[in-house]
Ligand binder design. Structure first.
Ligand code: HEM
Length: 125
């Protein structure tokens, strides 16, 4: 199995990942009802984001934690939802890629998810 090497690889990854998210009723409503994402606009943003993280390109400059705090204002993003999100993400990686970048992207996802959850917990007070 190949490692993640190009933006095309990342596109395949986020496409497979969102198929899993959207097929899972326990989390899909966040993307279809709470925020109505347009996949054709959303997926290229995710590619830019992850390309910056694991391929060393630039181009993503938004405050990702704040974007998720805004989603959390509309619908609570619980630890359970983060667990589901991370499971689908890790599975999408493992089913398609193997190697150093594949490990790196899973580690980054976990650490970003951890920061988001700490910020969300602080908001709950
Ligand atoms: C419970 C877990 C999560 C849920 C339910 C969730 C949901 C969402 C939603 C609804 C959006 C669209 C926001 C909007 O356009 O207003 C979004 C955007 C995004 N999410 Fe998440 N997210 C989760 C965790 C994460 C994590 C852990 C990461 C990264 C490691 C991440 C990366 C992104 C990126 C890159 C965007 C695009 C932001 C932009 O438009 O600039 N998400 N997420």
């Amino acid at each position: 199995m190949p490692d993640i090497q190009t933006q095309e690889d990342l596109y395949l990854l986020v496409d497979e990942f969102y198929k899993k998210l959207l097929a899972d009723d326990s989390i899909s409503y966040i993307f279809t009802d709470v925020v109505k994402i347009k996949l054709e606009e959303h997926l290229p943003i995710l590619v830019t984001f992850w390309s910056q993280g694991v391929l060393g390109t630039g181009g993503y400059s938004k405050n990702l934690t704040q974007i998720h705090l805004d989603v959390n204002e509309k619908e609570y993003l619980s630890p359970e939802l983060f667990k589901i999100w991370l499971n689908h993400f890790n599975n999408a990686v493992d089913e398609n890629f193997k190697g150093q970048k594949a490990e790196q992207i899973k580690t980054q996802a976990l650490s970003i998810a951890t920061v988001m959850q700490i910020k969300i917990a602080q908001k709950k007070g």
